[in-house]
Design a protein around this ligand. Structure first.
Ligand SMILES: *[C@@H]1O[C@H](CO)[C@@H](O)[C@H](O)[C@H]1NC(C)=O
Ligand SMILES: *[C@@H]1O[C@H](CO)[C@@H](O)[C@H](O)[C@H]1NC(C)=O
Length: 257
């Protein structure tokens, strides 16, 4: 009898423990996820000028060139600009912290979630020699997790796309958003009468409209976190009424990292 009771107690304790572990796994947004990573086959240290996020040459050198293409994490462009800590798992070569990369492109090879810039791939190593060994492997096992982006001394900045054609077509990308939330919608409002227009997400991080409102333009960005909480962020500075292709505009706001 005593033994049966002991057994039952042990069994229920084990079940409780299993439940707790399961609940943590299901809600653990800080946990590392196992995957694989490769690097861009070109000999360039940095990322690519033609990344699918639409950042252009900015996307190659952003974050000091520690950038990456992702496959599923691209999420139809919503994943552009997100930051991930990526560390390889070979104890002989890899550092504990790995590297933090910004997503600027879409792609996969050999069942990888990440195709890192060559520079970022090497930075997962403990030493320069270890980096050479890692690069020779080409594809390695990794762990990754989403982390906050940080851009010290930068406000969120709008770069008007070169394809823009004043006043008929406006496209832009959003640079330097800190934190780990996604920008899921963007509106442009006429600063005078506050008539607003939702923009289309085209080509990754590029927001576009075929008939932009006129006059000074007030921007609104919808930030969404992983729990589904949404907040509109309204910049201090308007986009001037005579905007031109290629210009950058400091919005005067930043979000917390
Ligand atoms: C890579 O990016 C870094 C940081 O912006 C820059 O200093 C360096 O010149 C770039 N390297 C190449 C080969 O473009
Ligand atoms: C960011 O915007 C604020 C105004 O909101 C401005 O005072 C500050 O100089 C800007 N920072 C940078 C680095 O441009």
């Amino acid at each position: 009898m005593a033994r049966t009771l002991q057994f039952l107690l042990l069994l229920s304790a084990t079940l409780l423990l299993a439940q707790t572990v399961y609940a943590e796994a299901a809600t653990c947004s800080d946990c590392f996820i196992h995957s694989r990573a490769a690097y861009y086959p070109s000999s360039d240290e940095n990322g690519t000028d033609t990344g699918r996020c639409g950042y252009g040459s900015f996307g190659a050198t952003l974050n000091g060139g520690d950038v990456s293409a992702v496959s599923d994490l691209y999420r139809d462009g919503v994943g552009c600009g997100a930051c991930y800590q990526v560390r390889c798992t070979n104890n002989n070569y890899c550092s504990d912290n790995g590297v933090t990369v910004v997503i600027t492109d879409h792609g996969s090879s050999h069942n990888t979630d990440f195709i890192l810039s060559r520079r970022a791939f090497g930075r997962m190593a403990q030493t320069t020699d270890a980096a050479a060994s890692l690069l020779a492997l080409g594809v390695v096992d990794i762990e990754y997790r989403r982390v906050s982006c940080t851009y010290p001394n930068k406000n969120i900045t709008i770069k008007i796309d070169e394809s823009s054609d004043y006043p008929y077509y406006l496209g832009f990308v959003i640079w330097y958003q800190q934190g780990r939330r996604d920008i899921t919608a963007v509106q442009l409002c006429e600063a005078q009468n506050l008539a607003c227009k939702l923009l289309d997400r085209s080509n990754g991080a590029v927001w576009t409209t075929n008939s932009p409102p006129s006059g000074p333009l007030s921007l609104r960005m919808l930030f969404s976190d992983e729990d589904g909480d949404e907040t509109w962020v309204v910049p201090v500075n308007n986009i001037p009424n005579d905007w031109k292709a290629g210009q950058t505009h400091d919005t005067g706001v930043q979000v917390n990292s």
